[in-house]
Ligand binder design. Structure first.
Ligand SMILES: CC(C)(COP(=O)(O)OP(=O)(O)OC[C@H]1O[C@@H](n2cnc3c(N)ncnc32)[C@H](O)[C@@H]1OP(=O)(O)O)[C@@H](O)C(=O)NCCC(=O)NCCS
Length: 222
């Protein structure tokens, strides 16, 4: 079976994934979607269903996201595929608005993300979840989380639930045989030789210029 064929076996046709979602459409996100993504993802971050994502991070990574829209263009949900490298990708932030659940949007978003992993040549896709049953439908299986060091070092290390995690690690495809992330090194503060003087502040500078004051150079000798 081709790789596309294996995806199709997990759901329906890949072609229809991109075009129809029970009356909705799945497409790649644009920057204009960032506000909707931000609001929907973070509406479920309080109880730990989804990892909180800040607006700047969503904008920076908006090309990771797929969007499900209704046929009239109403935002229904989103999901993201994070690429660690050719050895591993991760499904993140997959969520459908409460009123759109159960109509196929979540499944079609997931198939769209898996199709994107295929396009990128990544055969191992992982995720951490509290609802493994949903992901079983799409060929994921439960895995030992220690087989996913990249995920652990990216998110878990800084998570308050590190030692009380209630999520299940899942993988689709072979387990990754390499990792690219390791423990975060805490940067030691460097000793910086202080210079005597005044470092000009651009806002103060502008204010001084506006009232006719003299503009300082970047450093005034003391
Ligand atoms: C999980 C979620 C995205 C599913 O979206 P959805 O649009 O309701 O799902 P679909 O309608 O496409 O369902 C696809 C299949 O999965 C099943 N399914 C959906 N939600 C499920 C769940 N929570 N548990 C088990 N199976 C589920 C459906 O019954 C359907 O099966 P079928 O094809 O045999 O009928 C949605 O429920 C959601 O946003 N949940 C809150 C956020 C969340 O938990 N995200 C996952 C974080 S890892």
């Amino acid at each position: 079976m081709s790789s596309t064929g294996s995806l199709m076996a997990a759901s329906e046709s890949t072609a229809s994934t991109r075009s129809r979602v029970g009356g909705a459409m799945v497409r790649q996100a644009r920057l204009q979607d960032a506000v909707n993504i931000f609001e929907l993802v973070n509406s479920l971050s309080g109880d730990g269903t989804l990892l909180r994502r800040n607006y700047a991070e969503i904008c920076e990574n908006v090309r990771d996201f797929f969007i499900a829209d209704s046929q009239s263009g109403i935002f229904l949900g989103c999901g993201a595929l994070h690429l660690y490298g050719p050895h591993l990708a991760e499904v993140r932030s997959i969520v459908v608005k409460p009123e759109a659940k159960g109509q196929g949007a979540g499944g079609r978003l997931l198939v769209g993300l898996l199709e994107e992993a295929e396009i990128q040549g990544v055969v191992s896709v992982c995720l951490f979840t509290r609802i493994p049953d949903f992901f079983f439908h799409f060929g994921f299986r439960i895995a030992d989380r220690t087989t996913l060091p990249d995920k652990i070092y990216k998110d878990c290390q800084a998570c308050p639930r590190l030692y009380a995690c209630d999520e299940v690690a899942m993988v689709r495809g072979p387990l990754p045989r390499i990792a690219v992330l390791g423990p975060t090194k805490i940067a030691q503060p460097e000793l910086v030789k202080l210079q005597v003087g005044h470092i000009a502040h651009p806002v103060e500078e502008a204010a001084q210029s506006a009232v006719g004051g003299t503009s300082s150079t970047s450093m005034k000798k003391g």
